[in-house]
Design a protein around this ligand. Structure first.
Ligand code: BTN
Length: 247
């Protein structure tokens, strides 16, 4: 395993929110790649203030710290990078499945969510001080583990393959891919990540609507904003937030 993972990952038997733990560590000067992982998270946080469920022992709740030396406007790209790293890791465990990304950071299979990513940036003026990335990834959950209202919207490695897997092995495999993409971005910039993300994108050409804007999803720009062609022919850029996609 990559030395940077070995050195900095801590496994907790149980945690309220790995995100809050790593964010707190970051505020106290923790090193880049500090990572906390549990398979039993009791107060997980999702995007847009939602809850994130991690049934005891079954799935991954992982947060880790990045300290890229860059401007704040690049922060969303680290969330996209994490979704690409998740796809690459999952392709190994679910070789028969068509694993895709949904803008900005969800990982989906046949429209069902298998992983969610929560990037949380801490700013220092126009510079990014740090970013904590949270990954919730469904590994061994079966349908009955999910709340009834989510059962037709989510999936897991187990649901896709019928096999149980070691969540720690998948978490480390994800981190290894994340480290590779991160190192590559230091040399080549973000084009490779944007290219990979775009190839795995489920909604190119789909009609999307958000906050009264409706149009056709064309791609993402160099900062990860979603580019939407609206009926008058102009291009509108959307950043973060909740967006409805019609197939
Ligand atoms: C989403 O809403 O799709 C993002 C979910 C992110 C959940 C992860 S689990 C590990 C980390 N700890 C948290 O409390 N949240 C994130």
């Amino acid at each position: 395993m990559n030395q940077r993972i070995m050195d900095h990952i801590e496994y907790l038997e149980k945690a309220e929110s790995t995100q809050d733990i790593v964010y707190g560590m970051a505020r106290h000067g923790a090193q880049e790649w500090t990572a906390v992982c549990t398979f039993a998270q009791t107060a997980g946080r999702g995007r847009m203030g939602r809850k994130w469920e991690t049934p005891h022992g079954a799935n991954i709740a992982l947060s880790f710290l990045l300290r890229p030396d860059c401007e704040t406007r690049f922060a969303p790209l680290y969330g996209l990078m994490a979704s690409v790293a998740t796809v690459l890791a999952l392709e190994h465990y679910c070789p028969e499945s068509d694993i895709k990304v949904k803008w900005p950071n969800d990982v989906i299979v046949d429209g069902r969510k298998i992983a969610g990513i929560l990037p949380q940036a801490h700013l220092n003026g126009l510079q990014l001080d740090f970013v904590v990335i949270g990954l919730g990834l469904n590994v061994n959950s079966v349908e009955a583990d999910f709340p009834p209202e989510l059962r037709d919207k989510v999936t897991s490695v187990r649901c896709l393959t019928g096999a149980d897997n070691d969540p720690a092995e998948i978490a480390e495999s994800f981190l290894e891919r994340m480290i590779n993409l991160y190192d590559q971005s230091k040399v080549d910039g973000f084009d490779p990540v944007i290219g990979l993300w775009s190839r795995k994108w489920a909604h190119r050409g789909c009609v999307i609507s958000r906050s009264g804007i409706e149009g056709t999803a064309e791609g993402i720009d160099e900062l990860g904003a979603l580019m939407v062609r609206i009926p008058d022919g102009s291009l509108v850029k959307l950043s973060g937030g909740e967006t409805q996609f019609q197939a």
